[in-house]
Design a protein around this ligand. Structure first.
Ligand SMILES: [Zn+2]
Length: 249
């Protein structure tokens, strides 16, 4: 079992200027081939940036380098893009899913609440302006999941149909149907918390984290303290993270 972790979207803050982040996409070797987790910005965003990307180019200092698109990262890792038949999404904000048209043959796995939030065209919360309809105009096949009574530790968990053992972990709040992803590793677990936590960021005030990321950050920090066998990360990670954890086995 190998999880490749790579940066598929660099986005640095203008202030504080030392806050630099890449976005973690995963490529998980499974019994059904490589499974991509989140996609970062897709190739089309670099050619025809949506208003959301244009806004982020003003308020951040992103390099806007198309080499970071997941399809290019996948090739750099030695995989053929057409071998990726399954993509798991933590959620459908623009920076997590705009690359799905680059893999039109892939099934898209996510929580039904998130799919509904993306497709119902109701803005129930300000985060939903980050849903960009054009990413699914190619009509990909979706595999939608509902919360079950299965548990992973104390969290609700939805088994995914892959080996190694993988679970969607509903961590709603950053977006309506946002989920983390737990993957069994050789000596424990890897919990990719998506945009529900900022576990390595001790500078941003808790009220701001709660406002932007939802209610799970303190819960996950406490969980991390009590479970050293679980490697917890979130989507927007400091640059060195991608060097330290390029491959998880
Ligand atoms: Zn998000």
């Amino acid at each position: 079992m190998t999880v490749h972790v790579f940066n598929c979207f660099t986005c640095n803050a203008r202030w504080p200027s030392k806050l630099k982040t890449g976005m973690a996409c995963l490529l998980v070797d499974t019994n059904q081939g490589p499974v991509l987790v989140d996609t970062g910005l897709g190739r089309d965003e670099y050619l025809r940036p949506t208003w959301m990307t244009q806004l982020f180019r003003i308020v951040t200092t992103m390099p806007f380098d198309a080499n970071e698109a997941a399809i290019n990262r996948v090739k750099q890792l030695g995989y053929r893009p057409e071998d990726i038949r399954n993509i798991v999404l933590t959620h459908m904000h623009f920076d997590h899913c705009s690359g799905i048209p680059d893999f039109p043959w892939a099934k898209i796995h996510l929580h039904r609440r998130e799919f509904d939030a993306f497709t119902d065209h109701k803005i129930l919360h300000w985060d939903e302006f980050a849903y960009i309809p054009r990413y699914i105009t190619h009509q990909p096949e979706f595999v939608l999941y509902d919360t079950t009574d299965t548990k992973w530790y104390e969290f609700d968990a939805i088994p995914l149909p892959f080996e190694p053992e993988m679970y969607l972990i509903p961590l709603h709040g950053h977006s309506r149907g946002h989920c983390g992803l737990a993957i069994r590793t050789s000596d424990g677990w890897f919990l990719h918390a998506g945009d529900s936590s900022a576990v390595y960021n001790d500078e941003t005030p808790a009220w701001l984290i709660k406002l932007v990321l939802g209610p799970y950050d303190p819960i996950l920090r406490e969980f991390a303290k009590n479970h050293p066998e679980v490697l917890i990360t979130n989507s927007h990670m400091y640059p060195d993270f991608f060097v330290q954890h390029a491959k998880i086995v």
